[in-house]
Design a protein around this ligand. Structure first.
Ligand code: PAZ
Length: 351
């Protein structure tokens, strides 16, 4: 009979898988950032963004990847900043980032909207002088207004010091970072929001089962048995954030019929605040918020957790043909309102 591998709990995962080498350094930066935001009495949101990889070898040549460009996370981070939040932006290395996302190399390469103005050669006034000293680089006039808006917002955020960026690549990096950042952020109690938009692998290969070197071909097909990534939302709600954090998870499905039931199950199982469901092909113009009904009225009212609580289903839709509108603007506005209710419901005042 084939032996079934025991499931990893969060605890057994962290006691058997190694932390990334940069973890201590990264967390020192987060600690300082959170200390400053607390001093300045800001609300802080952790935004996770982009897909995680699952390496197949210790000296990694091949890996599985999760779908996500990082658009949802990077765009939402900008709207949270605009709403006055400080943002810890934890993203997959090289995925989209707030502000620079507008000039992604594939959709809007920045070289395409720069122009060169050449000076005239003093000795031969008809020939243009191509030396760097007499050339100027300028922005194509039609692109100036938009660039000026983005640049102004970007510079203001950096001057205020309200954006802190962290990167992950593998699902292991992600899990270690998520736990450590959540624990640091928990000092803000209800003033911390956790917005988990990253696309995280459900399966992984524990390092104890990985081949050290590149897997060799020549033996026919490849069979790999992967373990399930531990479900971390429960320890995140109960332990890492001390039940105080406002936690929003995302659920991506490709079968629209599964979206609402799966989001409800997730909420019931982990007891956090909101699950945002999105269908792969409609995610840019339609999402559904699933939350417990009583949480919507006032967080201070009795919120006893029933085994089958009634769920509120709230759809956000935008016109798919309006390129000037981003659904993240509405998602963030709705969450900011709900977070205010959550903060107001704290038993003791929060600084
Ligand atoms: O990054 P992106 O804009 O291309 O996609 C966003 C998303 C679909 C990955 C995100 O909205 C999401 O659903 N994240 C959670 C995925 C999951 O169920 O693991």
């Amino acid at each position: 009979m084939p032996q079934s591998t025991p499931l990893f709990s969060a605890e057994s995962y962290f006691s058997t898988q190694l932390p990334p080498s940069s973890l201590e350094h990264d967390i020192a930066g987060v600690k300082e950032f959170v200390r400053r935001q607390k001093e300045e009495r800001r609300t802080v949101v952790l935004v996770t963004s982009g897909g995680t990889t699952v390496p197949l070898e210790l000296n990694v040549v091949r890996f599985l990847d999760n779908f996500s460009a990082g658009t949802r996370g990077a765009t939402s981070a900008e709207y949270f900043l605009k709403a006055g939040y400080a943002v810890i932006f934890m993203h997959r290395q090289f995925s989209l980032q707030p502000f620079s996302r507008h000039y992604s190399h594939s959709t809007n390469p920045f070289l395409d909207f720069l122009e060169i103005e050449r000076g005239t050669d003093q000795l031969s006034p008809v020939a243009s002088d191509s030396s760097p000293e007499s050339s100027q680089i300028c922005v194509t006039p039609s692109k100036r207004k938009h660039l000026l808006e983005i640049l102004t917002a970007y510079k203001a955020v950096y001057a205020a010091g309200t954006l802190h960026t962290l990167t992950f690549v593998t699902v292991n990096d992600y899990l270690w970072l998520l736990r450590a950042v959540s624990q640091e952020l928990s000092v803000l109690r209800r003033k911390a929001m956790y917005y988990l938009a990253a696309a995280v692998s459900d399966f992984f290969l524990p390092r104890q089962k990985m081949s050290e070197h590149k897997i060799q071909s020549g033996k026919g097909s490849l069979h790999i048995e992967m373990d399930q990534v531990p479900k971390i939302l429960k320890p995140m709600v109960d332990d890492w954030t001390g039940k105080d954090g406002f936690i929003v998870s995302f659920k991506l499905e490709t079968d629209p019929a599964l979206l609402v039931p799966k989001a409800q199950t997730s909420l019931q199982r982990y007891g956090h605040q909101v699950v945002i469901g999105n269908d792969l092909n409609r995610r840019k113009f339609e999402v559904v918020f699933i939350s417990r009904k009583e949480a919507l009225t006032s967080a201070s009212e009795g919120t006893s957790f029933e085994s089958t609580p009634p769920y509120a289903e709230f759809w956000l839709k935008i016109d798919p043909h309006d390129p000037s509108k981003e659904i993240e603007e509405d998602i963030v506005a709705e969450l900011v309102k709900r977070h205010e209710v959550w903060i107001a419901g704290a038993e003791a005042p929060i600084n």
